[in-house]
Design a protein around this ligand. Structure first.
Ligand SMILES: *[C@@H]1O[C@H](CO)[C@@H](O)[C@H](O)[C@H]1NC(C)=O
Ligand SMILES: *[C@@H]1O[C@H](CO)[C@@H](O)[C@H](O)[C@H]1NC(C)=O
Ligand SMILES: *[C@@H]1O[C@H](CO)[C@@H](O)[C@H](O)[C@H]1NC(C)=O
Ligand SMILES: *[C@@H]1O[C@H](CO)[C@@H](O)[C@H](O)[C@H]1NC(C)=O
Ligand SMILES: *[C@@H]1O[C@H](CO)[C@@H](O)[C@H](O)[C@H]1NC(C)=O
Ligand SMILES: *[C@@H]1O[C@H](CO)[C@@H](O)[C@H](O)[C@H]1NC(C)=O
Ligand SMILES: *[C@@H]1O[C@H](CO)[C@@H](O)[C@H](O)[C@H]1NC(C)=O
Ligand SMILES: *[C@@H]1O[C@H](CO)[C@@H](O)[C@H](O)[C@H]1NC(C)=O
Ligand SMILES: *[C@@H]1O[C@H](CO)[C@@H](O)[C@H](O)[C@H]1NC(C)=O
Ligand SMILES: *[C@@H]1O[C@H](CO)[C@@H](O)[C@H](O)[C@H]1NC(C)=O
Ligand SMILES: *[C@@H]1O[C@H](CO)[C@@H](O)[C@H](O)[C@H]1NC(C)=O
Ligand SMILES: *[C@@H]1O[C@H](CO)[C@@H](O)[C@H](O)[C@H]1NC(C)=O
Length: 627
């Protein structure tokens, strides 16, 4: 949102909205101002009218009224005289730095919000600036400030400084050292480099340096900031071991070190910071084992994409305050510990070396939304108790050695969006209840040993299903024409099964279908001419069946494989396969990503942790013709 409005026209609708809000809410306020009809002194009135000339057109300010009544302007009054204390002009399309020079003379200003404007330069305007003496909050985020940060001195009361989402660069040495009251500093999403600044006031509570190019080690000097509650160093180029000094941060609540190149072990002192409830250390090179007890205080733990090894500590999943645990893509061995807390809503342990079976006590996690255990060496059965976790939205057990039937109860998980069980040793029928999962978007059961018929009937409720992957099983029977009820389908992959009968003639009614793989079955009859109606079709794989007759004429970018069907009349085949597959590849990908994005959007509410440095989106299955 912010990024968008930076690059688009001034958000005048927001300003209008603010004005309307002001008019609505302002009536009682105006009434109370009328009891003491305080006016600004001449100097401030003049300054405000000067500002008006820059802002007026976007703000619809009423030129004849008291500036204290303009939207985004707050005044205080003593006796009969008023003075401006807060000025909030976010997203008003401002770019002319002379307005800053005017604002600077509002020497009573405590809070100035110029977020989401187009200012390119500041410091030269801030040299004669009486405003500095009282200002407590300065928000210049999402502007177009560039170049090195110059001296920010003279703001003796400044508590909150937000310069995030600009294009500032260079080192930060002493430019911010003269802000003795600073509590919150946000420099996120700029191009700052050099070492992490350690000469800021020790009053600092929130320090956000994410999304820059800060480099070097995490300096011991950082531990001077003993009042820190939030430290976000995510997405920089920090390297080396993390000093074990976190006892110096007795109030730390959130620590984000993600997406750097940090090495060494997880610092033990983190376990003694009792206020710490969120720790993100993902996408680094941490090694060693995960300390026992790490989730005693930390409720949200992300150590994914590191090189951690050893067993998962036996108490990791058990604390009754735990919320999310992500250890994806490490080298963890041993078993998944039993005794799973009911407060957990996300467990991600995929892409490790875990063995043993899925603990039945996972059924206690009635708040569980995401369970990702893919890419391990898990054996045994899928515990039926999983169907007690009614909030499950994503189950990924793919690429393990899980066996047996799918518990029928999984079909009753009404909030399940994705069920990924591909590449296991599962067998038996696909529960017919899968036809009625109204939230289901992705069903991938490929590469198992399922038998029986396709689960879809003409009363199916799975109307959001966009990915149906049943490749490489032993499914038999016919493809029911009711499959056409699944109108959201983008991929149908029924290849390498034992399906018989014809391709339903209504196959051409899908509006979004991009990939149809029916290869390696026992299908017979003609390829329905309605296939030519599939406007989004990119891949049509029909090889190794018993199909006959001519192929309907398809656009030349459709990748078709009908080999191994002796009865097929191959007229245009050569021209098509030698066609412009390459040229259409990008279109194909973008189509897939649009589909994928809508899937992500559906998820993001439940996956998104509020807070900085967030990265967790469900890892998508990228779809390609040849996967
Ligand atoms: C502007 O403010 C003046 C003085 O408060 C008031 O009389 C007038 O009605 C206002 N005009 C509009 C368009 O709101
Ligand atoms: C900025 O505003 C000043 C005073 O209103 C005006 O003289 C100047 O031309 C403006 N500059 C630009 C680049 O618009
Ligand atoms: C500044 O305004 C924006 C947009 O209304 C808001 O999101 C932000 O929180 C404000 N900044 C401060 C420091 O209040
Ligand atoms: C920045 O401000 C500090 C403190 O006021 C001062 O000591 C220093 O010389 C200034 N540096 C520059 C480059 O202006
Ligand atoms: C810091 O700035 C970024 C980018 O503008 C924003 O997303 C984040 O919420 C801010 N964090 C704090 C603590 O102000
Ligand atoms: C930034 O800091 C690094 C490391 O201290 C130093 O090598 C470099 O010269 C500094 N760059 C500037 C522009 O001050
Ligand atoms: C740290 O916080 C405490 C309590 O809010 C406060 O009394 C103290 O002055 C702060 N320390 C610094 C260096 O500002
Ligand atoms: C991370 O550090 C390792 C070892 O110091 C180095 O080989 C690697 O290139 C670094 N990676 C990045 C992305 O900086
Ligand atoms: C850290 O916590 C552990 C366990 O609660 C305790 O035994 C240890 O003494 C603590 N260490 C420090 C330095 O406080
Ligand atoms: C399903 O469709 C078939 C054929 O159109 C019909 O005979 C049958 O009654 C339908 N079943 C249901 C449950 O609607
Ligand atoms: C077509 O499918 C057959 C059998 O699955 C396969 O061997 C062949 O490589 C495929 N041809 C192309 C051009 O992909
Ligand atoms: C295949 O392409 C060649 C050259 O473009 C064309 O002459 C020929 O008629 C085409 N064959 C068919 C069956 O369309």
């Amino acid at each position: 949102m912010e990024v968008m409005s930076r690059h688009h026209a001034p958000d005048s609708s927001l300003c209008l909205l603010l004005l309307l809000l002001f008019l609505l809410l302002g009536v009682p306020m105006a009434a109370s101002t009328e009891q003491s009809p305080a006016r600004l002194n001449k100097a401030q009135e003049d300054i405000m009218r000067d500002i008006l000339s820059s802002v007026g057109s976007t703000k619809n300010w009423n030129t004849s009224s008291n500036p204290c009544q303009w939207s985004g302007v707050h005044c205080s009054s003593v006796a009969s005289s008023a003075f401006v204390t807060r000025l909030s002009l976010p997203g008003c399309g401002l770019s002319n730095a002379t307005i800053l020079a005017s604002i600077c003379y509002l020497d009573t200003l405590r809070s100035l919000n110029l977020s989401r404007n187009f200012f390119t330069d500041l410091p030269s305007q801030l040299s004669p600036c009486p405003m500095k003496s009282e200002l407590q909050v300065l928000d210049l985020s999402s502007n177009m400030l560039s170049g090195q940060l110059r001296n920010f001195s003279g703001f003796h009361k400044l508590e909150v400084l937000d310069l995030s989402s600009n294009s500032l660069n260079g080192n930060i040495s002493i430019q911010l050292s003269d802000l003795p009251k600073l509590r919150s500093l946000n420099l996120s999403s700029n191009g700052f480099e050099g070492p992490i600044p350690t000469s800021i006031a020790t009053s600092l509570e929130d320090l956000v340096l994410s999304g820059n190019n800060f480099s070097g080690h995490i300096p011991m000097g950082l531990f001077r900031y003993g009042n820190l509650t939030l430290l976000d160093l995510c997405r920089n180029n920090l390297r080396g071991d993390v000093p074990d000094g976190f006892l110096s941060f007795p109030k730390l609540r959130i620590l984000v070190l993600s997406e750097n190149n940090l090495t060494g072990k997880i610092p033990r002192s983190l376990l003694n910071v009792t206020t710490l409830f969120r720790f993100g250390g993902n996408q680094n090179n941490f090694v060693g084992s995960i300390p026992q007890g790490i989730t005693r205080n930390i409720r949200m733990l992300d150590l994914s994409y590191n090189m951690l090894n050893g067993d998962i500590p036996s108490d990791l999943l058990s604390p009754d305050t735990s919320e999310t645990i992500d250890l994806t893509a490490n080298r963890l061995e041993g078993f998944i510990p039993g005794n799973v807390s009911r407060s957990l809503h996300s467990i991600r342990l995929g892409r490790n070396l875990l063995g043993g079976s899925i603990p039945e006590s996972i059924g206690n996690s009635i708040n569980l939304v995401n369970l990702l255990l893919d890419g391990n060496k898990l054996v045994g059965y899928i515990p039926w108790q999983l169907s007690r976790c009614k909030k499950l939205a994503l189950i990924d057990l793919s690429s393990n050695q899980v066996q047996g039937n799918i518990p029928i109860g999984l079909g009753n998980l009404e909030q399940l969006v994705a069920l990924k069980l591909q590449k296991n040793n599962l067998s038996g029928d696909i529960p017919s209840s899968f036809s009625d999962m109204s939230a289901l978007e992705i069903l991938n059961l490929s590469h198992n040993s399922f038998t029986g018929e396709l689960p879809f009937t003409n009363s199916t409720q799975s109307l959001k299903l966009c990915y149906l992957g049943l490749h490489g099983n032993k499914l038999n029977g016919v493809i029911p024409s009711s499959i056409s009820l699944l109108q959201s389908l983008i991929t149908i992959d029924l290849g390498n099964n034992e399906l018989t009968g014809i391709i339903p003639t209504n196959i051409g009614t899908f509006l979004k279908l991009e990939r149809l793989d029916l290869s390696k079955n026992y299908l017979s009859g003609q390829v329905p001419s309605s296939v030519a109606n599939l406007e989004r079709l990119m891949c049509l794989f029909l090889s190794d069946n018993n199909l006959s007759g001519p192929l309907p004429e398809l656009p030349k970018w459709v990748m078709v494989n009908v080999t191994g069907n002796p009865g097929i009349i191959l007229d245009t085949e050569e021209n098509r396969t030698s066609g412009s597959m390459k040229g259409s590849q990008d279109d194909f990908r973008s189509a897939i990503w649009v589909a994928a994005a809508s899937f992500v959007l559906g998820f993001s509410l439940s996956f998104y942790w509020a807070g900085p440095g967030e990265k967790l989106m469900p890892r998508l299955e990228t779809l390609h013709c040849d996967d």
